[in-house]
Design a protein around this ligand. Structure first.
Ligand SMILES: [Ca+2]
Ligand SMILES: [Ca+2]
Length: 174
């Protein structure tokens, strides 16, 4: 969590004191049944407490402005374990995957980031590692916290983000 907060600070993301926390509501296994995360589109930080069980996929619907920096990060509640492994993806309103995140966060958890291509409705997908089709083909079982945040990127923000992610990955692989 601390690394993500440090990264957010480096990016110049407005610190909305602490993210509001929602609780996952099943069923949310498809884009059609995605749970809505209500946000003020331009600048926000929100969190969802959810959980994966084998065969489970979680989708969240969110409204985003074009041109903003969007970040989704996944955390678990058992930092002593390293085997909780989930993936993240962002889908557009037509259901096309436009960003994918595997690893890059705490342990082998995931971070996803991109500059949003245009204003509209998007869907964040959470699933277990290996389920790249987001159809529930995994055996992961753990509660998680999904944090989504967005803001107009500060100058140099993307370079800082790329540097932080690359350094984190290379440290873990040594
Ligand atoms: Ca779930
Ligand atoms: Ca689900």
């Amino acid at each position: 969590m601390m690394r993500a907060l440090t990264m957010a600070a480096a990016l110049g993301i407005a610190a909305a004191a602490a993210p509001a926390t929602l609780h996952e509501v099943e069923p949310n296994d498809s884009i059609a049944s995605a749970q809505i995360i209500p946000v003020i589109p331009q600048c926000f930080s929100e969190a969802v407490n959810g959980g994966l069980v084998p065969g489970d996929v979680d989708f969240y619907q969110i409204e985003l402005f074009g041109g903003i920096l969007f970040i989704a990060s996944l955390f678990d509640f058992t930092p002593q374990l390293v085997d909780n492994d989930a993936i993240l993806a962002l889908f557009d309103d037509g259901g096309a995957m436009i960003a994918f995140g595997s690893d890059g966060g705490t342990g082998v958890l995931s971070v996803l980031f991109l500059i949003v291509p245009h204003s509209g409705t998007y869907y964040v997908g959470v699933s277990g590692v290996g389920d790249n089709g987001f159809i529930g083909d995994h055996e992961q079982l753990f509660p998680y916290k999904l944090v989504v945040s967005s803001c107009v990127p500060a100058p140099g923000a993307l370079a800082a983000l790329l540097f932080a992610c690359c350094c984190g990955r290379s440290r873990r692989r040594r």
